[in-house]
Design a protein around this ligand. Structure first.
Ligand code: UDX
Length: 423
């Protein structure tokens, strides 16, 4: 059992905290947002993640949220930095929250006699923990890393929607470490996990996270490029993916072709890596192309739609799904954004439905019609499927023109006119 503080209660921080509490540790969450603090202390997660609420309630006596860094650092032995690392306008990474957290932790370490471990979990570019976080911690604490306090970099590989499961059953745990004591302490914290634990340098741990995300996004853009060729040749890309995936060197995962990837990680991380490559004078040809393919892919839907409804002006188009993937209300970089933008540009009447993401989408697109049910969107000149929600499988597509961006077989098998993006 350890006493752990977590800085930042976004989805990474909160999932990390709640899961470590489930494993028997005592957790203090720190956030600047008073509303989030109150919710967590009441046992209500401020974000939706499957299983999170139950774990939060079950372990309430071991989780406490506060604004107060002093309370958090003085009463714990390990601190995880889980703050956001958003993109700036130019795609480069914005480290203001990371710097602020390091500064605040440093100030508290100044008044702490006991050794303390700082764990960087936020996704940051290679070199950041060593060259930015470490100096800030030393500067504000007046102490020495590797002697008075420890430092590690422990990236997360959590998918939204299944983050709790991904945390508790990971493929691997990566421990980038500055000093040996820190390595041992963090390894001890993960002692109940049965997956491989890889020990690396701080910067290798940072790079593993970026390279993994870039590679996964590459798999998707790759299969989408192949898929676009397959569509022209009347080949089902999913058969191709299956055939490729059986090769152990390739693997079937992340070869689902469609309208591409969105979310809070892939787009931001790939942009950051590209802009970083430029700064260090290296090329990022593959990663840049992966992003380019992904930008064009959603517009394939409009192309296919126009095959059947050539003039979109005044025509009603039902949009099924606004979240960037199912089981989340997150619309960040959702492929629905460029699709709806283009529909509006061509003056179509957009009727959208999403089981969870409509409120978020409304903030960005107040001008479209939001339906009260999935069925209601079907009452349109054509229907677009943008997110593979389970409930869309049960709809009656028989009389419909359906353009499918996510391979919903139920629509494929029943629609009057059906076009899959890559099949
Ligand atoms: C991703 C990574 O998977 C995770 O390891 C990392 O920590 C954060 O980023 P997430 O953004 O939650 O997780 O979503 P993920 O399930 O990976 O899907 C990303 C996007 O790719 C979604 O828009 C999804 O629809 C799309 N996708 C995924 C495909 O188009 N095809 C696939 O085969 C897989």
């Amino acid at each position: 059992m350890m006493n752990i503080s977590i800085i930042g209660t976004g989805y990474v921080g909160l999932v990390t905290g709640v899961c470590f509490a489930k494993l028997g540790n005592n957790i203090i969450c720190v956030d600047v947002d008073k509303k989030k603090i109150e919710m967590i202390n009441k046992g209500v997660p401020p974000i939706y993640e499957e299983g999170l609420e139950q774990l939060l309630v079950e372990n309430k006596n071991r989780i406490h949220a506060t604004k107060d860094y002093e309370h958090a650092i003085q009463n714990t032995d390990v601190t995880f930095i889980c703050v956001g690392t958003p993109s700036k306008e130019d795609g480069s990474i914005d480290l203001k929250f990371v710097k602020k957290a390091a500064e605040e932790i440093g100030k508290q370490l100044k008044n702490k006699d006991k050794w303390h471990l700082v764990v960087m979990k936020s996704t940051v570019l290679p070199g950041t923990t060593r060259d930015i976080v470490l100096p800030l911690l030393e500067q504000y604490s007046g102490k020495k890393a590797g002697k008075d306090f420890g430092l590690t970099m422990n990236p997360e590989f959590l998918r939204e929607g299944v983050a709790v499961k991904d945390f508790l059953e990971p493929d691997r745990i990566v421990i980038g470490y500055y000093d040996d004591k820190s390595r041992k302490v963090l390894k001890e914290l993960y002692k109940d996990f049965s997956c491989p634990i890889l020990e690396t340098s701080l910067s290798a741990a940072e790079m593993i996270k970026y390279a993994s995300n870039a590679f996964l996004a590459t798999k998707i853009s790759f299969i989408n490029e192949i898929g676009n060729m397959c569509k022209k040749l009347d080949i089902d890309t999913y058969e191709v993916a299956e055939g490729m995936g059986l090769d152990k060197r390739i693997g079937r995962a992340f070869l689902d072709s469609g309208i591409g990837w969105g979310g809070s990680c892939f787009p931001k991380d790939l942009d950051a890596l590209i802009s970083w490559a430029k700064r260090i004078g290296e090329e990022s040809n593959i990663i840049s192309s992966v992003v380019e393919v992904n930008k064009k892919q959603p517009l394939k839907m409009i192309e296919l739609l126009k095959k059947h409804v050539p003039k979109l002006k005044g025509k009603s188009v039902g949009v099924l799904g606004l979240a960037f993937k199912p089981n989340t209300d997150d619309i960040r970089e959702s492929r629905a954004i460029p699709v709806v933008k283009q529909l509006l540009k061509e003056k179509a009447v957009v009727k959208a439905f999403d089981p969870k993401a409509m409120e978020n989408f409304k903030k960005m697109f107040p001008q479209i019609k939001y339906c009260s049910s999935a069925e209601e969107t079907l009452d349109s000149d054509a229907v677009l499927i943008l997110t593979k929600w389970e409930e869309f499988k049960k709809l009656d597509y028989t009389e419909k023109i359906v353009i499918d961006g996510r391979r919903l077989l139920e629509a494929k098998n029943t629609a009057k006119i059906y076009e899959g993006v890559c099949w």
